[in-house]
Design a protein around this ligand. Structure first.
Ligand code: MN
Length: 141
């Protein structure tokens, strides 16, 4: 769909050896309904961890070093764009692909997401197939 995009080439070769159900996806999202959708779509295939604000998301990423991060933009305490910049600038987390998920597709968020070094971009509302396709680009089966 037109709301899905890969902003940067993804480096996945080193991850192929990890069994799919042991790979960790961090969802940083303040909306419970949106977190539930991600759980429903990805919960049987990946280990999921969640944070509900930007600061907690950054802390959890440093602690857990997930294989992929799904990052909402509008978050309490710290925006998803700022959290992405911090994670991209830190040696512990700069290799982790980050997918920016935004409700504001028409307001220039795609360009701002690219500027942060995010690996992918997805506009809400997205279809199940769009999220799964994007996740599989970074964590192939
Ligand atoms: Mn939000």
């Amino acid at each position: 769909g037109r709301g899905i995009d890969v902003l940067l080439p993804c480096s996945v070769a080193s991850r192929r050896a990890i069994p799919m159900d042991q790979r960790t996806v961090l969802t940083i999202e303040d909306n419970e309904y949106n977190r539930k959708i991600v759980r429903k779509l990805l919960g049987t295939s990946y280990r999921l961890i969640e944070a509900v604000d930007g600061e907690a998301g950054v802390a959890l990423a440093f602690a857990e070093v997930p294989d992929l991060i799904l990052m909402d933009v509008q978050l309490p305490k710290m925006s998803g764009l700022e959290a992405t910049r911090i994670l991209r600038a830190d040696a512990r987390t700069k290799h982790i692909p980050i997918v920016i998920i935004t409700s504001f597709a028409l307001s220039g968020d795609r360009e701002r997401a690219a500027d942060t070094g995010a690996a992918g971009y997805l506009a809400k509302p997205y279809s199940p197939g769009e999220l799964l396709a994007l996740v599989r680009k970074f964590l192939p089966e």
